[in-house]
Design a protein around this ligand. Structure first.
Ligand code: UD2
Length: 311
């Protein structure tokens, strides 16, 4: 049994990570500012004696240091972040504070208090828009948003720490994560969360473009499992790895799945492609398998069926 500190514990990925850690018998200290996280995501976890939750902002000076000093965790999974590309464009300063500055606090707290391992939520956004697929960890990194740039800067900070101090770092470049608890509130929320809500409400969806665009959609259950592996599996090296399925799914295929579950909902409307959107994205999944023993298990069809069942 390990003791793991999870930042962003009440978020979409954080809450699933907490649930899986607890299910595996680990002790978990969670922290969340509730800026975008929701207490309801932790409804199950909060019933567990092995779980403690702190409401605090890890981007504030001294917060992570205090938490790490008190909890003395074996590993930190740092998921607290500004999670929207659009918000990073509207508010680059806040993006810097939450996605770069806070990472420095986490790295320094880990070093000062002898934490052995740090797992970081990076993103496929570090690659930017490239036609050279699948995206490999050796592919060029050319972020096209403050969000992608901050994730890349944070990776560099953490890898510098790993090289200099007794700390193993895993940077996870998540692809398009989907599943229960993803917030569909904004038009720029993950497309699957938006479509799920619309289909549930009996409303048709809007496809921007012709629907042939593809993404590497990875289930949040798989992403949480990758986090648990990275934090707890013995003998893992420092490194950066894609967390993806290696498979591309088109928007038309996603819509066809929803339509199968909701035959009465009107057919989608098509509108002009969104400015700045990329056409195709797909990751190479081999490195995470080799270094972490991680392989995505949930298919898009199964993941969507679960969403339809559970909301
Ligand atoms: C990511 C960001 C998005 C934006 C984009 C810039 C996430 C969840 N999204 O988008 O905020 O910064 O990168 O490249 O991090 N779509 C529809 N109908 C809808 C919603 C989306 O057709 O109601 C399309 C969208 O135009 C895109 C595809 O679905 O072609 C996937 O959209 P997404 O926002 O889920 O993911 P992505 O990787 O394009």
């Amino acid at each position: 049994m390990s003791h793991i500190l999870v930042t962003g514990a009440a978020g979409f990925i954080g809450s699933h990570t907490v649930d899986q850690l607890l299910a595996a018998g680990h002790r978990v200290t969670g922290v969340d500012s509730f800026r975008t996280g929701h207490r309801a995501n932790l409804a199950n976890a909060l019933r567990e004696p092995a779980f403690a939750l702190h409401e605090a902002d890890v981007a504030a000076d001294g917060v992570v240091d205090g938490l790490v000093a008190a909890a003395k965790p074996d590993a930190v999974i740092h998921l607290a972040a500004l999670v929207s590309v659009q918000e990073s464009i509207r508010n680059p300063d806040l993006n810097y504070t939450l996605n770069v500055h806070a990472v420095q606090f986490v790295a320094e707290a880990a070093r000062r208090h002898g934490v052995a391992r740090l797992v970081f939520a990076s993103s496929a956004a570090v690659y930017g828009d490239t036609a050279d697929l699948p995206l490999h960890e050796r592919s060029a990194v050319q972020p096209i948003s403050p969000y992608g740039a901050a994730k890349l800067a944070a990776e560099a900070i953490l890898l510098g720490y790993a090289r200099s101090f007794a700390l193993t770092v895993r940077c996870h470049r998540y692809f398009n994560v989907f599943g229960p608890r993803q917030d569909p509130a904004s038009p720029y929320s993950g497309v699957i969360s938006i479509f799920n809500r619309r289909y549930r409400e009996g409303l048709g969806v809007t496809i921007y473009g012709d629907g042939s665009q593809t993404r590497d959609f990875v289930s949040v259950h798989d992403v949480a499992r990758a986090n648990v592996l990275a934090a707890t599996r013995p003998g893992i090296p420092t490194g950066v790895a894609n967390i993806c399925t290696g498979r591309a799914t088109s928007l038309r295929e996603v819509v066809a799945e929803f339509a199968r579950h909701h035959p009465a909902v009107p057919a989608p409307r098509f509108e002009a492609a969104r400015g700045g959107d990329i056409l195709h994205s797909r990751g190479d999944a081999t490195l995470a398998e080799r270094e972490l023993g991680f392989r995505a298990r949930v298919s898009v069809a199964d993941g969507l069926a679960e969403l339809v069942r559970t909301g």
